[in-house]
Design a protein around this ligand. Sequence first.
Ligand SMILES: N[C@@H](CCC(=O)N[C@@H](CS)C(=O)NCC(=O)O)C(=O)O
Length: 216
Amino acid sequence: MTITITAFERSPDGGQGLARDTRVRWALEEVGQPYGVRLVSFRAMKEPAHMKLHPFGQIPTYEEGDLALFETGAIVLHIAGRHAGLLPVEADARARATAWMFAALNTVEPPIVERETVELLESDKPWYEERLPLVEQRVRDRLDQLSDRLGDADWLDGGFSAGDLMMVSVLLRSRASGILDDYPNLAAYVARGEARPAYGRAFDAQLAVFTGQPPG
Ligand SMILES: N[C@@H](CCC(=O)N[C@@H](CS)C(=O)NCC(=O)O)C(=O)O
């Protein structure tokens, strides 16, 4: 069955892998599933045809036959459930890997996105100077805990899983702030994720949208 995802026609990060379609591309590359991409403009994302697929007018979406999905957690979980390679077979290990997916999206990503939002949208506000360190501390609190848990392991729970795919994707969003550099084991963990050939293919494909050049 053909898989089609949506992605930004012009990603605000210049195709540096931060738009969330990268996670979906990465998951599809890990399990060896080909996919097509429909590019959408910011205007088209808020028009009825796209809103029918995504109630919040965002990317990415995922279509496969009659199935249409939104939310990267649901999409990656769906891919990981259908194809071998992203979730352990053993039931308890599978449940733990799934827990790490949720931890990435519900516990680690929110403070990272909150900090980004303050930096991008509130820098001209009178509260900015006071607020930024507060939200930055919330990111550090989570990274302290995650760093302690990861220790010197390669991945969060045994072998690489969808939990790591999601956690690495989320941590990548904090790299531009410089915060990740203060956590050498997390920076190395992210680098291990980026070194995976599947990640490289996903990154190149997303960058190619921006540059207009075929993936190298
Ligand atoms: N929780 C959603 C977040 C989706 C999201 O924020 N997408 C961004 C791109 S990375 C977007 O479409 N932003 C444009 C907008 O919200 O108008 C997910 O994980 O899929």
